[in-house]
Design a protein around this ligand. Structure first.
Ligand SMILES: Cc1cc2nc3c(=O)[nH]c(=O)nc-3n(C[C@H](O)[C@H](O)[C@H](O)COP(=O)(O)OP(=O)(O)OC[C@H]3O[C@@H](n4cnc5c(N)ncnc54)[C@H](O)[C@@H]3O)c2cc1C
Length: 326
């Protein structure tokens, strides 16, 4: 059993969790990040990797994918331990005031302090069930993730929502051919101007159409069969059929919540000494649910965790020191 103790364990490897890990490195804290998804980046990677983000300081416009890649690089520069595919299910306070975090799959993690950066909880895409789908799992995607992987490919998007329209428009100009297949007549929650863009685009839109079978060979998808009998030549299939969201079970961890979020003090403290929260998981008056707020809260939470371990530690540090006291 690995019972190595960390100074800080961060629950969640979204943009907030990753930046928290970086700043903890700046404070010389031995840090671990635990993320449920196989990849990092949280909501940004999951929902809008292809979209441009305009409101993060220093970036006049950056794609979600690029932002996550930069935050991840920044975090990795301080060499935190990163554990993925683990969902923290309980937190126990030990006699010495430190914590034991456990996950459903048997993971045990010891830590002096914790920062909860788990957003509103975990999310999973509804899986697709079509004849043949079990054979072509590597060609079925539930988010765009890295748009370059579609270069020159033929991609089909199965969706009746705005997410599908966004994906199809993002793939246009990257993929060789894009198909958007909606079993209904309309797209849900879509902006009028995106429908205009879709109509002006080269995306092949099929309404009132279902995909009924996937075909290929050697576990490589090559064809999607529609209920009209039409066969589309396709290399990759993106599917958005809704989400299963499991809200954070913070109360089970003994943490006070307010409408599913964690009320925090000015130092990002929760009701439990040694546990702090940052990013979308945290709530306080006039809170903005934005990426940059998570970054700022991360710094405060780390500084508080540092002082919880060592009350004499400085309240903050600068990344660039231009003079030194003798
Ligand atoms: C469609 C959309 C567009 C947006 N556009 C913008 C924008 O333009 N600009 C902007 O600043 N903000 C935008 N936001 C808001 C922004 O995405 C969020 O504020 C930000 O992603 C929050 O980051 P986070 O790391 O706090 O949480 P999340 O990104 O939600 O990350 C939390 C992570 O914790 C993991 N996790 C949860 N529970 C556990 C557990 N028990 N164990 C292990 N891991 C766990 C989750 O899997 C997830 O990866 C947008 C949000 C949406 C939905």
């Amino acid at each position: 059993m690995n019972d190595e103790q960390f100074d800080l364990t961060i629950i969640g490897g979204g943009t907030t969790g990753l930046y928290t890990a970086f700043y903890a490195g700046m404070r010389d804290m031995k840090t671990k990040v635990i993320e449920y998804q196989p990849g990092l980046g949280g909501k940004v990677s999951f929902f809008y990797p292809e979209k441009k983000i305009y409101d993060v300081g220093g970036f006049p416009g950056v794609s979600g994918e690029e932002l996550v890649s930069n935050v991840e690089k920044q975090a990795l520069s301080v060499e935190p331990t990163i554990v993925t595919r683990e969902k923290i299910s309980s937190i126990e306070k030990l006699d010495d005031g430190s914590f034991l975090l456990t996950s459903g799959c048997g993971g045990r993690h010891y830590s002096k302090t914790i920062i909860i950066a788990s957003g509103l909880g975990t999310f999973d895409m509804e899986p697709i069930q079509l004849p043949g789908s079990n054979l072509y799992q590597s060609n079925i995607h539930c988010t765009i993730q890295k748009i370059k992987q579609y270069e020159g490919k033929k991609a089909a998007v199965l969706s009746d929502s705005r997410v599908g329209v966004d994906w199809a428009l993002a793939l246009e100009g990257v993929a060789a051919e894009v198909y958007l297949i909606n079993h209904g007549t309309e797209f849900k929650a879509v902006y009028e101007h995106d429908i205009d863009k879709l109509e002006a685009s080269t995306v092949n839109v099929y309404r009132e159409t279902n995909a009924v079978e996937m075909k290929g060979s050697d576990n490589k998808l090559s064809e999607l069969v529609l209920d009209s009998g039409k066969r589309l030549e396709v290399n990759d299939l993106l599917v958005y059929q809704g989400l299963k969201i499991e809200k954070g079970k913070y109360e089970k961890w003994g943490i006070t919540t307010e409408k599913g979020r964690i009320p925090v003090g000015e130092d990002m403290s929760t009701n439990i000494d040694g546990i702090f929260a940052a990013g979308d998981a945290a709530i306080y008056p006039h809170k903005t649910m934005l990426i940059a707020s998570g970054f700022s809260e991360a710094m405060t939470a780390v500084n508080s965790a540092k002082q919880a371990i060592d009350p004499k530690a400085k309240s903050q540090v600068y990344s660039t020191v231009i003079y030194k006291h003798s």
